[in-house]
Design a protein around this ligand. Structure first.
Ligand SMILES: Nc1nc2c(ncn2[C@@H]2O[C@H](COP(=O)(O)OP(=O)(O)O)[C@@H](O)[C@H]2O)c(=O)[nH]1
Ligand SMILES: [Mg+2]
Length: 456
């Protein structure tokens, strides 16, 4: 079901979680995959471009960064796809409910009746079916056979050609049931004779709901069908059948969303239990290839953290930790405890931040925000070679003005950076000496040397 969209979305998710930054290139690439998949799933091209435009506009917004930006992008894709395919609606049953199933020939009315019967009987409803398809010769027996499988009674009359007479015949009997599912005849197209027949049935039976059955394989043509039925018979919603085994389901779903016809259920196979309520978030989660969206977000989050962590650790090991790394670390964490994470990578400092009281952490967070602004105001050259600030202190003034931070804060940032960098360098050379193995004693000694100096 919607395999292509699903593959594209999964692919996009992978791209997002593997990327270090959410930049224009990533967004464009994810949108391109999505576009191709949606068009292949028979979604209207105009809708696809609308969706692309919206995703691009919001995703490119620079105000959100780092991990949050990735989550935002995933959520954005979810929201836009949801807008496209509609939200789905729960079919609320009253104490006594009569449902009229409508649709063209072979759309899946009879099959869906047995499925609905099975579904609601299992949920404690007293269900029966009423056969009013007097057009096709074998229709009545088919309904009976299928309802037998669902273990619900089907009231039929194979000889009667007038549906109104069948209603009359079973009127009293139907009173005993709290859910009556009415099978009607279809035609090749929605013509006046079918409209008249359904209207007269409606008048007699006074259904709680009129549900249109649409097969997914008609794709975008579902739009015309849904709007015609809506206009002629004011339907309450649709059930989309044959979602399995068609590449065009996207077209049917989006067409229904466009005509504002809520989707109550989807049929996903020929068997009696292959009927599902349509819950858009769960549905999209499945397209994304995750059990649930929350889980997906969690996954994106941890994938990012790990990647970032590995990269920074590598830089630290190589003794190449620049202000830029410090910045991207702050950016990607973007929240309380960032320094904690950074510190935990340095042997001997592991739990320094964990021991801090809450207010201190909040203060630290505020401080980091200022650092971030300061780094943003620096030139690329300065970020890569912070020594430039030692040589030309006027640079500090310029950055201070540009970022709205004090020169004191910038000096402190540079000092902290230098401290961490020196520490890493000395550790790296030590590691070199000992072929990658640094003994605990040396490590602790080094840690003691720097501990008092690194201010949090
Ligand atoms: N694969 C699949 N086939 C379905 C589904 N729903 C209905 N069908 C098939 O569609 C065909 C027409 O169904 P039917 O109920 O007779 O349609 P009706 O003419 O509207 O009553 C039958 O072959 C069904 O087995 C579905 O969800 N998945
Ligand atoms: Mg039928």
């Amino acid at each position: 079901m919607l395999d292509k969209i699903s593959d594209a979305l999964k692919n996009g998710m992978k791209k997002i979680s593997n990327a270090i930054f959410v930049d224009k290139k990533l967004i464009d690439s994810v949108i391109k995959d999505l576009q191709r998949a949606l068009i292949e799933a028979d979604v209207n091209v105009e809708l696809v471009f609308d969706l692309s435009k919206k995703i691009r506009e919001i995703a490119i917004d620079e105000s959100v960064k780092g991990v949050e930006k990735k989550e935002q992008l995933v959520k954005l894709i979810h929201d836009q796809v949801e807008f496209l395919i509609g939200k789905g609606k729960e079919l609320k049953l009253e104490k006594k409910t009569t449902i009229l199933l409508l649709g063209l020939y072979g759309s899946g009315k009879t099959t869906t009746i047995s499925k609905l019967g099975f579904y609601y009987a299992k949920r404690g409803r007293k269900v029966c079916a009423l056969g009013l398809d007097t057009q096709r010769p074998a229709a009545m027996q088919q309904l009976k056979d299928m309802c037998d499988k669902a273990k619900i009674p089907a009231f039929i009359n194979e000889k009667e050609k007038d549906p109104l007479k069948i209603i009359k015949q079973y009127q009293e009997k139907l009173e005993e049931y709290d859910l009556v599912l009415v099978d009607t005849a279809g035609r090749d197209t929605l013509k006046d004779d079918l409209i008249d027949e359904i209207k007269s049935i409606e008048k007699k039976i006074k259904p709680t709901y009129r549900i249109l059955i649409i097969p997914a394989d008609i794709g975008q043509a579902a739009k015309k069908q849904a709007s015609e039925f809506q206009k002629a018979l004011s339907i309450d919603g649709v059930i989309i059948t044959r979602m399995d085994g068609t590449a065009r389901a996207g077209g049917a779903l989006t067409a229904c969303a466009e005509t504002k016809a809520p989707v109550f259920f989807i049929g996903t196979g020929e068997k009696i239990n292959e009927l599902e309520t349509f819950d858009s978030t769960a549905f999209i989660s499945r397209l994304l290839g995750m059990g649930d969206l929350e889980g997906l977000l969690e996954k994106v989050r941890s994938a990012v953290d790990e990647k970032q962590q590995e990269k920074i650790e590598q830089r630290l090991k190589e003794g190449k930790f620049t202000l830029h790394d410090l910045y991207s670390q702050l950016e990607s964490m973007g929240q309380l405890g960032s320094m904690d994470k950074l510190m935990s990578m340095i042997p001997g400092f592991g739990n320094a931040a964990a021991k801090l009281p809450k207010e201190a952490l909040a203060k630290q967070e505020e401080k980091m925000k200022h650092w971030k602004y300061a780094i943003q105001s620096m030139t690329k050259e300065e970020v890569e070679n912070p020594e430039l600030f030692d040589k030309q202190t006027s640079r500090i003034q310029r950055v201070s003005k540009g970022s709205g931070t004090t020169t004191g804060e910038i000096r402190e940032l540079l000092k902290q950076y230098k401290m961490i960098n020196d520490l890493m360098k000395s550790q790296a050379s030590m590691e070199g000496l000992q072929e990658g193995k640094i003994d605990k004693k040396t490590m602790m000694k080094m840690a003691r040397k720097f501990r008092g100096k690194i201010k949090l």
